[in-house]
Design a protein around this ligand. Sequence first.
Ligand SMILES: Cc1cc2nc3c(=O)[nH]c(=O)nc-3n(C[C@H](O)[C@H](O)[C@H](O)COP(=O)(O)OP(=O)(O)OC[C@H]3O[C@@H](n4cnc5c(N)ncnc54)[C@H](O)[C@@H]3O)c2cc1C
Length: 499
Amino acid sequence: MYPVLNKLPNKSDSKPLPIVVIGNGPSGICLSYLLSGYIPYIKRGSAHPHPILQRKLEETPEVPIIDQDLEYLSEGLEGRSQSPVALLFDTLLRPDTDFGGTAESVLTWWHETNRAIPHLVLGRNPPGGAWHLIEGSMITLSQGEWMGLPDLHLKDWMRNKRRGLRNNRATAEDIAQYYQHYVAKKGLQKNFICGTIVTSVRKVSPDVNSSYEQQEHEGNSDSFWDFPEKEDDQIANGNLFQVDGFIKNTNGCQQPFSVYAENVVLATGTYDSPTKLGVNGEDLPFVHHKLSALEEAVKNKRVGMTSDPVLIVGAGLTAADAILFAHHCNIPVIHAFRRRVNDPGLIFNQLPKMMYPEYHKVHQMMKEQSVTCPGPYECYISLPEHHVLSFTEDKKCIFQDKSGHQKVFNISMAFVLIGSNPNLSFLPNNGIDLAIDNEQPVNSKRNPINVDPFTYECVQEKGLYAVGPLAGDNFVRFVQGGALAVASSLLKKANKNPP
Ligand SMILES: Cc1cc2nc3c(=O)[nH]c(=O)nc-3n(C[C@H](O)[C@H](O)[C@H](O)COP(=O)(O)OP(=O)(O)OC[C@H]3O[C@@H](n4cnc5c(N)ncnc54)[C@H](O)[C@@H]3O)c2cc1C
């Protein structure tokens, strides 16, 4: 259990915090590690397999990576991310992983406490973010070592726990536990306040803040935070953010809080608001948008082998996990999705069969057992290139195919598993003004928050940063580069760079 209230200075009786991070998933954890004064240097005698990068690293071996010119170091790197800093940090941590190698990281970490910057990480769940919401038995898409955070190998932790990787992949439950362990092992707990929900982040305007300004002058020397007095100018210039929210206590009570921060980092991920179809009847009680609802329904015997089929909508990996789960429990399934089974954009057509046999099996079922061509699989039919028109109160679902023909099926429950969207309702205009296309909602794939590629500071709002899927980095191995960029920028701002 993390001590809670004593960490949150009340806005009326303390100075502003240098940094508040909202979201405690892998992005927030990695950032907290760096802000806690863990400084990455190049290991003496190490040789990076990328010859140009190695040459650059040799130029100033004594300067920590976090203080080097990230743009210069990352120039010319190529890989599976669009972000140069994500590629840089990933290749320093896992030098030859994309070529199937297991070379050790070229980084060594020094804990320089004088370079730590006080910060708080606020999050709804225990440390680990979305990984506490993903069904625990689900196996990660990524290889185990790509899920690890700096300087603590996932496989070593798994070995100590006597847990094994399956096909080089871990379960979501293992990953969630590893992230919690990471926070404890690296001594980061003091920065984390879990069970905290942020409801508003606003830039403080000078007039709104006048009473605060006065209170600050009255002073409170017991502040948890120990850093230099802020200039009046800073408040007058509106260079502060007010972060409001509430903390859920163990007894379920909600306690409001409000703090000021000089910098706010958005690390809230994109798993909180399931995408809706937007059709009639979608809010009926038998229609759900989370995989966990299927597991609960099976546990409570609300669906079983003899029920009408469950409908699963979607052709992503969560929908595939739902199909595998229902198949395992012998529950009949109707599976509807809009794309063609051979559409190259379909995730199944991008995964190597050998590494992902279970998803390959689902893809085979989708191809071989559609409503128009019966196949060998029991209790499953697919409806490719169909979309849901509506749900009715008597548990029917009406579909339309690509030629406009309609079909009606009786179903017991429906699970719409077509992705999720970030919930930025705590920002003015839902954060839309911060997006690359600032007329459309933020979306990790199509319309991420517009950040500077080497600092991850929002282009539209100085002092506000975004990391992880919000900034377009969708895999754990790549969210860490965003954290490096933010920490590097904040260290420079805090003037904590060595001379
Ligand atoms: C089903 C599934 C499978 C995945 N498989 C893989 C995989 O195999 N490999 C891989 O690399 N990636 C995978 N991902 C993606 C991975 O989960 C993300 O890249 C990663 O978790 C992003 O980390 P994050 O810290 O930015 O955000 P998150 O892990 O989403 O954490 C953000 C946290 O912030 C909290 N939060 C949000 N709003 C607020 C608020 N207002 N106040 C307080 N807290 C808030 C959220 O509740 C959440 O706990 C998968 C994702 C899903 C959904």
